[in-house]
Design a protein around this ligand. Structure first.
Ligand code: B3K
Ligand code: ZN
Length: 881
């Protein structure tokens, strides 16, 4: 496959001013007639009179130029392009293609999901619908007419507003018009027998918008949460960014077969049903929160993505990083800011850091790709969001808002770059972001190594900061980054000391006397001196995770327990606990590798005890504080991953928590259970989260009491959070029979609900006890499993490879072999899904030698497979390099 480079970007030679589409949908295929109003691009870099339209798996039936049918010798056709030369300055091209949505298993372009037709065009799916300039910098006015059998497809939807409709015989049609120009990746169409819930929203300028969520009839009772979330998002974007919705209609459709979470098509968002449908009986609190965030994310794209879009796919983070930042701030405003930050950073540290240290490592703005679908990554999304967050920190909220206003007004209706975005932030703030922009171009996770020195005589406290960044593919040497490092200094009683930075010793945001300052690290080595520091402080560094870096500071465990109790920064209180836990784990792991026995440091158990004794803290936060670091985090932080040593250490820690803290966990559980109820507010959710965390710790610690409690909780549960929390505790608890019978009961109760069953699949696939390879194989043979449904594949195969460390990494290589077989099977059906399943195997270099060799062997097998997709080829070849 060919590699595409950012440096080769050229403006399009032709523009498509208007795109008129007509779809005739049948049971055996679809006829697409498109009329393209094309003209030469006056701003083309060096105009070439060759029109190359993208098209994949299309059957071309007719081609007309200004109404005249072209003969096959007047154009060239190959597998991926339709080429025309010697064209007039301006013309209408009519293209008629026949496509087969029924046979489309890659779920890009137009395909069938249950009994409906739907589309997914980002990034390059539109070329599977008709020949087109399938690139985001070609923006066009779309009209879409959909014609289908009336009884099977009473609902016909596309972007914009319906402007006409009609019937003839058993068929009917609807014509949609989108008043906003858009690139074709934002095109959408849905046809099906759907029902809907409806609501409305009045925008800040008083316009009335009709809101609808379309679902299959059985899901009508699962729409209200998404609808409420949508209205909250609309209000928030008006209040925080001054952004108003711009069409008269906003539609959401839930589909069950979908490659990702959701898609922000103009005026017609299409969602994976798991990311929009919820009610308390069937959905956990985490699902509620995830749905709220995704609904918001897709809605926010209407400005950050649709009104202002990307020039090319290298700029993907322009819309994704910014929109993730926007949805994270929205969630922080709706719930607990510290808890949201903890969740996001935990994801970044376990998954994005691993990606950035692996063979697919790439900058937030990549400079090359083979298959763009492989670049919808944690780096582009989550690290991209961290980069926008740092700009927000450097500008502070008011200036940042000015910058975003400028960005939206200057580039409205255009396709632009991350440089254009940063330029707006420079312009309003007067800051120079030349160095900052390395965050977009350099890959890898920077490492900050901090040491300190206190001088009692001068009352000066100095931080010595070194930064470095490990080599990544294609980037051996790195230039220093500009890093905002948020610092607080605690006195002996745990109070923040006012901070005064010594003149001439680097910059920091804020003012002298502030309790947190963002010092600006710009050099590879740099010192910062605080004056008037009356006693030796305990530093609280990288507060709220002010930059996406690894921080090394030689904390001793007493300092960490001190920070856990007293840090005024909630995120850092949690992080101190994490650091303490990780250091205890590393001690256990290293001892085991040397064949030694060490005791678990009592200070860790004591710190957990203190958390459990805390009666004042926020429950959602305490639930995070009692969590034991997962295998993925420990693996990411290790130089070489010794799976058995990590699993044994976790086992020991859980048993020890069980032995020392069961009484306390039990009483905490009972106390929280009595209070938690089934309301859906943040406080009740926090109570349930904490309660279920206690139950899980009891189960993992082997406490027999956990079995009876979980059974009872499951029987009496009025919310899925309680029901599933109990099931998970049984599945991870000491009584195998109790777990089996709970799984059977749960299946019996919920087998009609696909989304609930996906949870049932994944709780088993992740389980050390119930997820041995033969059980996983049985799950893939289950009647409710389907290899055509990405959610099912993710919940079994994806969960097994990503979370089930014990069995996926079985020493005989059976887990690796199983995954390889599934990757090859899926690659023939759905390359995007296959490519995602590859991730755990790409980490082979970090494993100890035996496992590493076994994993490498499977990658080589995949590589040798004939007809491998471009998606899988890119990941496998880069992983083996
Ligand atoms: N923009 C889509 C992602 C499309 C992925 C295509 N492979 C969802 C989102 O980020 O909002
Ligand atoms: Zn997005």
């Amino acid at each position: 496959p060919r590699t595409i480079y950012l440096k080769d970007y050229r403006k399009p030679d032709f523009l498509i001013d208007a795109t008129d589409l007509n779809f005739q949908l049948y049971e055996d295929g679809a006829r697409v007639t498109s009329q393209l109003h094309i003209r030469r691009n006056p701003d083309a870099d060096a105009f070439r009179d060759v029109l190359e339209l993208d098209g994949v798996e299309l059957q071309l039936e007719r081609l007309l130029l200004d109404g005249r049918t072209l003969n096959p010798d007047e154009y060239q056709l190959d597998d991926e392009t339709l080429r025309l030369e010697r064209l007039p300055k301006q013309f209408v091209l009519t293209v008629v293609t026949w496509i087969k949505p029924q046979e489309n298993t890659c779920l890009e372009g137009l395909y069938r999901s249950s009994s409906m037709f739907c589309t997914q065009c980002e990034a390059e799916g539109f070329r599977r619908i008709t020949y087109y300039l399938d690139r985001p910098d070609v923006m066009s006015s779309f009209t879409t007419t959909i014609e289908a059998e009336k009884s099977r497809y009473p609902v016909l939807l596309s972007n914009g507003n319906p402007v006409a409709s009609g019937e003839s015989g058993d068929r009917h049609w609807v014509k949609w018009e989108d008043p906003f120009k858009k690139p074709c990746y934002l095109f959408a169409l849905v046809a099906g027998d759907l029902e809907w819930v409806e609501d409305s929203f009045t925008t800040m300028s008083g316009r009335e918008v009709q809101l609808r969520i379309y679902v299959e009839p059985q899901d009508l009772n699962k729409c209200s949460h998404a609808m409420d979330s949508l209205k909250r998002s609309m209000t928030w974007d008006e209040e925080v960014y001054g952004r108003e919705y711009d069409l008269d209609i906003f539609n959401i459709v839930a589909v069950s077969d979908f490659n990702m979470g959701a898609m922000e098509n103009k005026g017609l968002n299409i969602f994976n049903s798991s990311c929009v449908l919820a009610n308390p009986e069937t959905s956990t609190d985490s699902a509620f929160q995830r749905i709220e965030a995704i609904v918001a994310h897709e809605y926010f794209h209407n400005w950050s993505g649709n009104r202002v879009t990307c020039r090319d796919w290298f700029q993907l983070s322009l819309k994704e990083g910014f929109t993730v930042f926007r949805d994270a701030e929205f969630s922080a405003d709706m719930h607990s800011r510290a808890v949201k930050r903890i969740e996001d950073v935990a994801l970044l540290r376990t998954m994005q850091f691993a990606e950035d240290a692996g063979p697919m490592s790439h900058p937030v703005r990549p400079d090359s790709y083979m298959e763009i679908s492989n670049f919808y990554t944690l780096t582009v999304y989550e690290k991209g969001s961290e980069v926008v967050r740092m700009l927000h920190t450097l500008l502070e909220p008011e200036k940042f808002r000015e910058g975003s206003d400028l960005y939206f007004s200057r580039f409205d209706g255009q396709a632009v770059t991350t440089d254009d975005f940063v330029a707006c932030m420079e312009e309003v703030s007067g800051q120079d972001f030349t160095q900052f922009k390395r965050w977009y171009s350099q890959s890898g996770t920077p490492v900050l190594t901090v040491t300190d020195h206190y001088d009692a005589e001068t009352s000066e406290y100095r931080l010595d900061v070194k930064q470095s960044c490990p080599p990544t593919p294609g980037q051996q040497e790195k230039q220093p980054f500009q890093i905002p490092l948020a610092v607080g200094l605690l006195d002996g009683s745990g109070k923040d000391m006012p901070l005064t930075l010594k003149a001439g010793q680097g910059d920091a945001s804020g003012a002298d006397g502030d309790l947190t300052r963002n010092i600006l690290v710009r050099e590879s080595e740099q010192s910062f001196v605080f004056t008037g520091v009356t006693e030796k402080p305990t530093p609280s560094l990288l507060r709220s995770f002010s930059a996406p870096v690894r921080l090394n500071y030689p904390y001793d465990r007493n300092q960490l327990t001190f920070l856990m109790s007293f840090d005024s920064d909630g995120f850092n209180r949690w992080d101190a606990g994490q650091k303490l836990a990780v250091s205890v784990f590393n001690e256990l792991i290293n001892a085991e590798l040397k064949g030694e026995q060490v005791d678990i440091d009592e200070r860790y158990i004591d710190a957990m005890r203190q958390v459990l004794l805390d009666d004042k803290g926020d429950h959602a936060m305490l639930a995070k504080m009692v969590q034991v670091p997962g295998v993925s985090l420990l693996a990411e932080q290790a130089e070489v991953v010794h799976v058995d040593a990590i699993l044994n250490a976790r086992q020991r820690v859980h048993e020890r928590i069980g032995a020392s803290l069961s009484e306390l966990l039990l009483s905490k559980y009972r106390q929280l259970h009595a209070q938690s109820g089934n309301a859906l507010d943040s406080v009740s959710m926090g109570l349930r989260a904490y309660k279920n965390a206690c139950l899980m710790l009891l189960a993992q610690g082997g406490a027999q009491e956990s079995v009876a409690l979980a059974k009872l909780q499951m029987q009496q549960a009025q919310t899925m959070t309680d029901e599933f929390g109990a099931l998970a505790a049984l599945v991870n608890g000491p009584d195998i029979e109790a777990a089996q019978s709970a799984l059977a009961d749960f299946l019996c109760k919920w087998k009609k609900d696909q989304l609930v069953m996906e949870q049932w699949f994944s709780v088993q696939a992740a389980s050390e006890r119930h997820g041995a390879l033969d059980s996983i194989q049985a799950l893939t043979a289950h009647e409710l499993f389907s290899e055509r449904n990405p959610n099912k594949v993710r919940s079994v195969i994806g969960t097994f490879g990503g979370q089930n460390w014990r069995h996926f990494h079985a020493a005989d290589g059976s887990g690796y072999r199983f995954l390889r077989e599934w990757i090859i099977k899926m690659d023939g059906l759905n390359p995007q899904i296959a490519s995602r399943l590859l991730t755990p195997l790409t980490r082979w270099r970090k494993l100890e030698p035996q496992r590493s060799a076994l994993m490498q062997k499977e990658l080589q097998e995949i590589m040798a497979h004939p007809g491998l997709s471009r998606d899988a080829y890119e990941v496998v070849s880069k992983s083996l390099k």
